[in-house]
Design a protein around this ligand. Sequence first.
Ligand SMILES: Nc1ncnc2c1ncn2[C@@H]1O[C@H](COP(=O)(O)OP(=O)(O)OP(=O)(O)O)[C@@H](O)[C@H]1O
Ligand SMILES: [Mg+2]
Length: 320
Amino acid sequence: MILCVCLNPAVDVTYRLDAGLHPGHTHRVTSQEQRAGGKTLNVARLLTDRGIACTLLAPLGADTGRSIRADLAATAIRTSFVEITGPTRRTVVVVDPTDATVLNEPGPPLSGTEWAAVLERYQALLPTADLVVMSGSLPPGVPADAYRVLTALAAEHDLPALVDAGGPTLRAALAAHPYLVKPNLAELAGISSGPLHSTADIVAAGHELLALGARNAVISCGSDGLVAVTETGSWHARAGLVTGNPTGAGDALVAALAAATVSDLPWPDRLRAGAGMSAAAVADPVAGHVDPNLQSALTAGVTLTPLPAPSAASPPTLPP
Ligand SMILES: Nc1ncnc2c1ncn2[C@@H]1O[C@H](COP(=O)(O)OP(=O)(O)OP(=O)(O)O)[C@@H](O)[C@H]1O
Ligand SMILES: [Mg+2]
């Protein structure tokens, strides 16, 4: 079972406008949708759709929390919710004919008792887990080193942890030696000390993540695919270029990597699976949904290139 920890779930609200969004003006919304969201929740959706056993652990509160419960009760996702007092957050996406504008609420503050209840539930679930996934932002009240704590508790059960985060959240988690971290380029930039202009730069930054404690790192580079720096080698992987909605592509990458890790596939196959599934996610307008036929087609076409380890003698790959 893959344990998916979603500390800051959200009701994702989408407002559609038939004319451009103008700050300071009043707009008529032409249609409105809402559904349960949050990064690890998307991972759990994708895994469940593929028949891969997982459990979603999340704190939920008030009416928005109840709406997530109701939404997920209509799916096959196995859930373990911890009731909290504060209302689960909403994220609002305003889609106009040319753009999407996102408003992210910070999330409800968790009291010390509520955070302790989440940790207690997590520890109760660990004995039945094969791998833990944690991704996304932390709500107020949860300690900044929450992913370090969760990773360290997983290690007590010899469980690998997959952390998809950036900034101080990722930096703190590295101290507990997560099996795999998956920052995107912007998140990597918040941690690495050097530039990220070339593939060689990204490999060097990946090695920095390993030096800071990660056992493996997959850096997602948007439409340029991904760069993996692992215990057994480094690779660049890229599926064909897809146009569409890249939001949630990182979650699809994490879901594929989690599933392939639990199946103990060799790294090159994990990366093909990750690049293919995340590219297919771009074609789907809804985060947390991927067409399996497109996923198979794109996975079959992934280009995988082994990369040399960085060395002082490596020539730069970009002109000076
Ligand atoms: N236009 C694209 N065409 C093909 N593949 C893409 C495209 N955009 C993204 N991908 C794939 O999706 C992966 C994840 O994308 P990205 O780096 O944008 O993740 P992210 O920023 O973490 O996304 P999010 O957090 O919104 O889910 C990339 O590593 C790549 O494999
Ligand atoms: Mg991401």
